[in-house]
Design a protein around this ligand. Structure first.
Ligand code: AMP
Ligand code: MG
Length: 398
């Protein structure tokens, strides 16, 4: 559902936050080279991964500090403390909240603190203007409230100028050269405002490849969402992390030790369940349903917002993710970069509808043929066949 700008003057927040560092020295573990370029999988990104986990966890804490109370948006619950004036709409009419900005500031702040040799570009935006003052004060307050709860932080409190600098840090366009941090400060803002699933999604691109990804999912149950045990879903808050060649791990956001996770190994579509967007405007539910029928999936679709779907898939809560946006929609890299590596490092496969792996090296957009499909290696050939047949049937029905 599109939201209108309720008050204030900010009409755009980029979901993309790229912190670029074209000349960074990656740490070679072994010196594999391919066509004169160092192969990303030979690098260790331990330090960057640790910083990314810290950043995404702190951003989750900020988002969680806005629990449910306010009745808004056609009587759907939204996050407590999230005032109507905190919700703005971007140029594409999708909502953005002060929590998006706050998350962005914290991620930027932590990455800069933990990786001091990274260079960050600065630029100014609408919040520097007079009409953005009220929103800026509000963001500064929620960021400082969150940092206040992080005892390890001594660069506190942040000034409004610090906040503006952090927000303005992301102006890179990505691409196939150098390193770029890719952030969706709140992926699934609509889910966030409903009190459903959302994720803080942070990834690092190195020479156009995703080399690490972190998904912080504050509302995702620690136990499988496939569990029918009512109490299994009481404990929520998951942090997924992966680096190239290192597998995927999940831990609770309250700091329990990470455990390695794996995608479902099922080969039988009758046992498989599939995930898709909660929002029908984001993905063609009838097309997914036709694909699932052809494939022989018996279970009804599991509809979840955000890249929490990739996280849940990486630990085997379901076996398939189908995403078919409406005609004309262009997928952005920040909506898939972290999720993609979280799933592939857990043993999954992520491709477009034609079976071609996603290419994150082209800048902000993925520019795919039709859609995105995700499953394990064994089910993928049958899934691709079902996708092809459904798309053909849809085309011939026109
Ligand atoms: P999901 O919850 O999986 O549908 O994904 C949420 C993301 O979908 C948001 O972060 C948006 O960037 C993206 N999005 C927004 N509008 C559309 C659209 N019309 N079609 C597909 N995705 C969209
Ligand atoms: Mg998003």
């Amino acid at each position: 559902m599109a939201m209108t700008l309720s008050s204030g003057s900010i009409n755009l927040l980029t979901r993309r936050v790229f912190y670029s560092k074209p000349n960074i020295q990656a740490k070679p573990v072994s010196s594999l080279r391919l066509e004169g370029r160092t192969v990303a999988s030979s690098m260790s990104y331990d330090k960057e991964l640790a910083a990314a986990k810290k950043a995404a966890s702190l951003a989750a804490r900020l988002c969680q500090a806005l629990p449910l109370t306010l009745c808004f948006l056609c009587c759907v619950n939204v996050q407590k403390g999230l005032l109507q004036s905190d919700v703005h709409s971007k140029s594409d009419k999708s909502p953005v909240t002060v929590a998006d900005y706050g998350s962005q500031v914290l991620v930027s702040f932590v990455l800069k603190r933990e990786l001091p040799f990274e260079s960050f570009s600065l630029d100014s935006g609408d919040l520097r203007k007079q009409e953005g003052q009220e929103t800026l004060q509000r963001i500064t307050k929620i960021v400082n409230d969150t940092l206040d709860s992080d005892l390890a932080c001594n660069e506190f409190p942040l000034s409004e100028e610090d906040v503006l600098d952090a927000i303005d840090s992301g102006k890179s366009e990505g691409g196939s050269r150098g390193r770029h941090w890719v952030l969706d400060p709140i992926d699934g803002t609509k889910g966030f405002m409903r009190g459903d699933q959302y994720a803080i999604a942070l990834a690092l691109l190195d020479q156009g490849k995703v080399v690490l990804g972190v998904l912080s999912c504050p509302n995702l149950p620690l136990a499988s969402i496939a569990s029918s045990d009512r109490h299994a879903h009481d404990k929520v808050g998951c942090l997924f992390s992966a680096q190239v060649g290192g597998g995927t791990y999940m831990q609770s956001l309250d700091g329990a030790p990470p455990v390695k996770v794996h995608i479902s190994a099922t080969e039988n579509p009758e046992e498989a369940s599939f995930f898709e967007s909660y929002e029908a405007a984001h993905s063609l539910h009838d097309l997914s349903s036709s694909i699932a029928n052809i494939l022989g999936v018996k279970a009804p679709p599991v509809r979840i917002d955000s890249q929490a779907k990739y996280g849940a898939l990486s630990r085997g809560d379901g076996a398939i993710y189908l995403r078919f946006p409406h005609k004309g929609y262009r997928e952005k890299i920040w909506d898939h970069a972290a999720g993609c590596i979280v799933v592939t490092e857990a043993g999954g496969v992520v491709t477009d509808a034609a079976g071609i792996p996603l290419d994150f090296s082209k800048g902000r957009y993925l520019d795919l043929a039709t859609g995105i499909i995700v499953t394990n290696k064994k089910l993928m050939p049958a899934l691709l066949k079902a996708v092809r047949e459904s798309l053909e049937a849809k085309a011939s029905a026109l």
